[in-house]
Design a binder for this molecule. Structure first.
Ligand code: ATP
Ligand code: MG
Ligand code: FE
Length: 355
């Protein structure tokens, strides 16, 4: 199976061709990503209207390039997979409509892919992972702990009740006058900081439910910065280190509970896996925390290469390939993009929000 994937849900425009062998092995034939970081950096966050326009301008060229790098023409692909949610509606419209038009013109089946399913299945492409496993998605828009039971079969065990983790990094950076995106800047500053100087809150730690909350942390950072104004370079480093320390402790508690719950749910899985996805997975300190947590609990810590943790189209193409291989039907060309689209159907009604 050769699948063309299209991704336009946030601030990356991406196209990719992925091959899936009948034995389930995958190979990325091409993977082209254009980040809009520069377009948005002046605003300290993603501006939806700018994002949508940038997708329109770049997408056709990127798709042509993805096909060229895979040395393939559109007629040679077996299907087209395009992200149809969740995400910024303007970008989703651009990608899904392009996918539909190409599917119609070339007479190929179209698969409308949930972006989160793309993240969830990536570890099967990179590591050939077997079901079930746990996935922690930590990005600018999402913070979720998801049980991946099978293709199209997910259970969201925890989510953020306010800010996403990447968002907390970005807001902290902004408060401290560090550049956007905040994650890398905070991590860099934290290296020369004292993690014990401030005791920031660790929301929900100790609670049985598996949710996350990060907005209180951001408020505490603001108060700490205001209390010592003007903040010097060492203060910034100390705040960043203390922030990261609080995040690390929070994840340890929350994810630790998730691992326990997995063990109780699947006592027969000898050595289960926790997979990370999302841009925050780039953070070395958090990786070390998760790695040692997994080690202690007898789990494998699976971290796909970073370019496949952040937004890309290979994961979308792969999700399409997995759906086809599992015998799931193609989507009708009348399918609509969905700004909100939880991976497990009930989650939205249960919690009342999409992220
Ligand atoms: P979506 O949530 O829709 O998948 P996104 O563009 O918001 O998309 P990503 O591109 O996966 O998410 O990740 C970007 C986020 O990752 C930003 O919030 C950024 O600050 C954070 N990030 C990147 N590097 C680091 C790091 N080293 N430490 C912590 N956070 C990081
Ligand atoms: Mg992004
Ligand atoms: Fe994403």
């Amino acid at each position: 199976l050769r699948i063309l994937g299209i991704e336009t849900s946030c601030d990356e425009t991406a196209a990719s061709v992925v091959l899936r062998e009948t034995d389930g092995r995958g190979e990325i034939l091409s993977d082209v990503v254009l980040s809009q970081l520069e377009e948005h950096s002046a605003y300290g966050g993603v501006v939806p209207e700018i994002a949508a326009r940038a997708h329109v301008e770049a997408l056709d060229t990127l798709i042509a390039e993805a096909l060229a790098r895979a040395q393939m023409s559109l007629s040679q692909v077996d299907a087209i997979a395009a992200t149809s949610g969740p995400g910024l509606i303007g970008g989703l419209i651009v990608g899904l409509m392009t996918g539909k038009a190409m599917a119609r013109a070339a007479g190929k089946p179209l698969y409308a892919i949930n972006h989160l399913e793309g993240h969830a299945l990536t570890a099967r492409l990179t590591h050939g992972l077997a079901f079930p496993y746990l996935m922690l998605l930590v990005s600018g828009g999402h913070t979720q702990l998801v049980l991946v039971r099978g293709i199209g079969d997910y259970e969201r065990w925890g989510t953020t009740i306010d800010d996403a983790l990447g968002e907390a990094f970005d807001k902290t950076a902004k408060l401290l006058g560090l550049p956007y995106p905040g994650g890398p800047a905070v991590e860099r500053a934290a290296r020369s900081g004292n993690p014990e100087r401030f005791t920031f809150p660790r929301p929900l730690v100790g609670e049985a439910r598996l949710d996350f909350s990060f907005s209180g942390l951001k408020t505490a950072v603001r108060q700490a910065a205001q209390a010592i104004a003007p903040v010097g370079e060492q203060d910034i480093a100390d705040i960043c280190a203390s922030f990261q320390h609080a995040v690390s402790r929070t994840l340890k508690d929350r994810i630790g509970r998730g691992l326990q719950r997995f063990r109780e749910t699947y006592p027969d899985v000898g050595r289960p896996s926790l997979v990370v996805a999302g841009g925050v997975a780039a953070n070395q300190a958090l990786r070390v925390t998760l790695d040692s947590l997994c080690d202690k609990n007898g789990f494998d810590f699976v971290a796909p290469p970073l370019h496949l943790c952040t937004d890309n189209a290979a994961m979308i193409a792969w999700a399409g390939a997995e759906r086809i291989a599992a015998g799931l039907p193609a989507d009708d060309l009348s399918v609509s993009p969905r700004a909100r689209w939880p991976l497990d159907g009930n989650a939205e009604t249960l919690l009342g929000f999409g992220k």
